[in-house]
Design a protein around this ligand. Structure first.
Ligand SMILES: Nc1nc2c(c(=O)[nH]1)N[C@H]1C(S)=C(S)[C@@H](COP(=O)(O)OP(=O)(O)OC[C@H]3O[C@@H](n4cnc5c(=O)[nH]c(N)nc54)[C@H](O)[C@@H]3O)O[C@H]1N2
Ligand SMILES: Nc1nc2c(c(=O)[nH]1)N[C@H]1C(S)=C(S)[C@@H](COP(=O)(O)OP(=O)(O)OC[C@H]3O[C@@H](n4cnc5c(=O)[nH]c(N)nc54)[C@H](O)[C@@H]3O)O[C@H]1N2
Ligand code: SF4
Ligand SMILES: [Mo]
Length: 723
């Protein structure tokens, strides 16, 4: 047996691991205790890499669907040939915008994929690049545009006196505390003395460590956050000097939150004035801190507003990295930055990009709207009709309105799916490209540095980086393609020149790919790390990954010529807040006699979204419907009993599971489970697909169209009672 150092890529945490091998058998995966930052952490998903790797369903050859619906193996050479031929016909007939890509979580282990995809779309001239960001937390990106960015970055967590966590659960999701979240939270709330405020309708694993937990009614985040801002003003909690020097619009914000008195907010959100005030005091007393939010407030509608109010709290408190403070996300494998204690001006979050023909949806600072994609495929007469789609994700489980997803995936002219097995989404594809398992792919940290620029929940707070060569060769006799190779090889066939964009700004030329001799992933990594603070060759010398002190940085003083101001009074956001204050909360919530419960989103430790799961890893097998025991008693159901969950769009089966961490009246379920298209459906084995009872048209965001995906009014009935 030999032990090899590697990195788990079952989620975006990238835990360093030790893989025990016997020949090409993967026996065991454990945390690497000699790697920095993670302290040997792994989660149950990481530890099932051996079962994942030896998945009997693994595709070793790509598949082509025949007109009668049957599938036959196809060589990668023939596949590239056929796809190039069909694509060029589609481009000729309908223009390049008829070709789209969807960059989902399937590429977490495929670091070279996104650069090649972007380059390919640029070369054919299609703007149609989609990703799950617009059904995740688009508001994080859009609110940053509206508010303006701080060039010094966020406060380093070692300095936190407080953290505000709105509807995120890093202990399970790792988002916002990607390296060993449970230990980090224990250490920071313990030894470091950090106070934690959590807004969450359940006593999540994270909320258990909270100084103040506001167990608010789902969907009331703008109300609660406006209430906290009201109290920050009322209790003299504004960092006056910071606000004077760096912000505009503070008086507009003060007026906008005037109606959100503690009494109003507490009554509306189902919390107490005492708790709300205690939470505000924690924020006010903290000199340094951070605000964070997860999918909860994003999916419960008005996600951009919630994220914007978070940023306002942060700026009112002056919680941005100041001169001489350590940089909280130093760059190692990207070029060194100029971190400065000064703002950049706000910019538009919408209204500048592509307008689609679907329900007024448009490109925003969070990218192309996923909400438009199914209809762009289905509307054959539309000028922006999409006919070909390259997929690296799992829309069958991930997109709201499963019926529409199925229609779109069936009706599109050319669907190309990358996958490890024939997943429910892959069953629809014209071509399924069999791809490499994570142990067969080299690993590099640079991608997360880039993601961390967009989403504050990822990246490292220390100048940490890793590179690991692939651990195993692909199985003998297999014919696989890495995710980037389809773009490169099709481009070759079409005679296109591809080039890697570099980070140096618009005056830096992009790096051309050698279009004659195919590069390796390592060649592409070298290009990705062009001009990096630490050379990739240096990072490669450290098999455990390492902290590179030479890449650490401190925030530089303000440029005296800087006149930029952060925007606390964005007109569109404050208009939305006025609508929140003016509306009837019950009418907005839409709960009542017919739909007495609110269904919330909630992740579980044992799986990542719709990724294939080894049998047995999820203790129940299915995704349970978590309910407060009192609610179960009222319905007359016990744990394990079948129930029917009904929204105004339809019903799905579920199995009740008693959970006293839930707020009474709130039920929760994890996404990424459910009916498989080609097999007999057994909910007790397959679980339930929440997206069957969601609709794109339900309270959509006016710009990108993300619908209501949490705080969904539902009825729950015992199966026996359904009759
Ligand atoms: N184990 C595991 N880890 C994952 C994933 C996974 O599937 N499994 N998925 C990955 C992905 S794609 C993402 S985007 C991240 C997400 O990371 P997180 O945002 O941390 O995701 P969750 O763990 O679902 O936490 C959401 C929390 O929001 C709460 N909530 C629900 N509705 C509301 C509401 O209306 N208001 C408030 N305030 N709270 C609400 C829920 O109770 C829950 O505790 O996780 C990533 N990590
Ligand atoms: N109702 C509801 N819907 C949701 C959410 C929710 O909370 N509730 N969450 C939303 C969020 S936050 C997100 S990010 C999206 C996620 O949306 P997606 O990114 O589309 O979905 P995932 O299931 O994360 O994608 C993983 C899939 O990619 C495919 N794949 C392709 N290439 C590879 C590869 O090389 N390796 C592997 N392992 N797989 C590959 C596999 O089929 C795998 O199952 O879903 C969203 N949908
Ligand atoms: S948290 Fe779990 S799944 Fe994610 S990288 Fe670490 S071990 Fe893998
Ligand atoms: Mo996500």
């Amino acid at each position: 047996m030999e032990n090899r150092l590697f990195v788990c890529r079952n989620c975006g945490s990238y835990c360093p691991i030790v893989v025990s091998l016997e020949g090409d058998r993967v026996l065991k995966v454990e945390g690497d205790f000699d790697a920095p930052l993670y302290r040997g952490y792994t989660c149950p998903k990481g530890r099932t890499i051996p079962q994942q790797h030896h998945n009997p369903e693994r595709l070793l050859h790509s598949l082509k669907k025949l007109p009668d619906g049957s599938r036959v193996p196809i060589s990668s050479e023939q596949l590239v040939e056929e796809i190039a031929e069909r694509l060029s016909r589609i481009i000729e007939e309908s223009g390049p915008q008829a070709v789209a890509t969807f960059l989902g979580n399937g590429v977490i282990a495929q670091a070279a994929a996104s650069g090649m995809m972007i380059s390919f779309l640029a070369a054919i001239g299609s703007p149609m690049m989609f990703d799950p960001g617009t059904i995740d937390q688009p508001g994080l990106i859009m609110s940053m545009a509206l508010h303006g960015k701080w060039q010094g970055g966020r406060v380093h967590p070692d300095l936190f006196d407080a953290m505000l966590m709105v509807g995120g659960n890093p202990v399970v999701s790792k988002q916002h505390l990607p390296q060993n979240p449970a230990w980090q939270l224990k250490q920071r709330t313990g030894e470091q003395g950090m106070k934690l405020v959590v807004i969450d309708p359940r006593v999540s694993e994270t909320a258990r460590r909270a100084t103040v937990h506001l167990q608010a009614i789902p969907g009331e985040d703008p109300t609660v956050l406006a209430g906290l801002i009201h109290l920050i003003f009322a209790l003299d909690g504004v960092d006056e000097e910071f606000v004077r020097e760096n912000t505009q619009g503070v008086e507009d914000l003060r007026q906008a939150v005037a109606g959100f008195t503690p009494e109003y907010v507490a009554q509306r959100a189902g919390i107490t004035v005492e708790d709300l005030t205690a939470a505000a005091r924690v924020l006010i007393e903290a000199q340094r801190g951070d605000t964070a939010s997860g999918v909860g407030p994003s999916m419960a509608t008005r996600g951009c507003l919630s994220a914007y109010l978070n940023l306002c709290i942060q700026s009112l408190r002056g919680w941005w990295a100041r001169e001489r403070e350590p940089v909280s996300r130093p760059k190692v494998l990207s070029p060194r930055r100029d971190w400065r204690a000064q703002p950049t001006d706000p910019r538009p979050a919408w209204g500048f990009g592509l307008q689609t023909s679907v329900r007024g949806l448009q490109q925003t600072s969070a990218g192309m709207p996923a909400a438009a994609l199914p209809d762009l495929i289905l509307n054959r007469g539309a000028p922006d009709h999409i006919r070909a789609l390259f997929l690296h994700g799992g829309p069958y489980y991930a997109w709201p309105d499963t019926e529409k997803t199925k229609r779109a995936l069936s009706e599109i002219d050319l669907l190309i799916m990358h996958d490890l097995e024939l997943t429910p989404t892959a069953e629809y594809a014209d071509y399924v490209i069999a791809t490499y398992d994570q142990l067969e792919l080299p690993a590099i940290s640079s991608v997360n540095e880039t993601i961390g620029d967009i989403h504050p929940g990822y990246d490292w707070n220390e100048p940490y980086a890793f590179y690991r060569p692939a651990l195993l060769d692909p199985p003998e006799g297999s014919d696989l393609m890495e995710s980037w190779q389809i773009y490169y090889r099709v481009a070759q066939k079409l005679g296109l020149d591809l080039a890697m964009m570099t980070y140096g700004g618009s005056d830096t030329p992009s790096l051309p790919f050698d279009m004659v001799n195919e590069p390796s992933s390592d060649d592409i990594f070298e290009m990705m790390c062009n001009g990096s603070a630490v050379p990739l060759s240096e990072v490669k010398k450290h098999p455990h990954g390492a902290i590179f002190p030479e890449a650490a940085d401190t925030v530089k003083p303000r440029d005296p010529a800087c006149t930029a101001k952060l925007q606390l009074g964005d007109a569109a956001m404050l208009q939305q807040l006025a609508e929140v204050r003016a509306e009837d909360p019950l009418a907005r919530r839409r709960t009542g006699e017919q739909y007495p419960f609110q269904l919330i989103c909630r992740r579980m430790q044992y799986n990542t979204n719709g990724m294939p799961r080894p049998e047995g890893i999820v203790p129940t097998g299915y995704n349970p419907l978590w309910m407060h025991p009192q609610d179960m008693e009222d319905l007359g159901v016990s744990t394990g009993d079948e129930v029917e969950i009904t929204s105004r769009w339809g019903s799905i089966p579920g199995f009740a599971e008693g959970d006293d961490t839930m707020r009474p009246g709130v039920v929760g379920m994890t996404q990424g489970f459910g009916r498989k298209p080609s097999s007999n459906y057994d909910p007790r084995r397959d679980g339930s697909n929440i997206n069957e009872i969601l609709r794109w048209e339900d309270d959509p965001d006016p710009y990108h169209g993300m619908p209501r995906m949490s705080a969904i009014p539902v009825a729950v009935k015992a199966k026996a009672a359904v009759g």
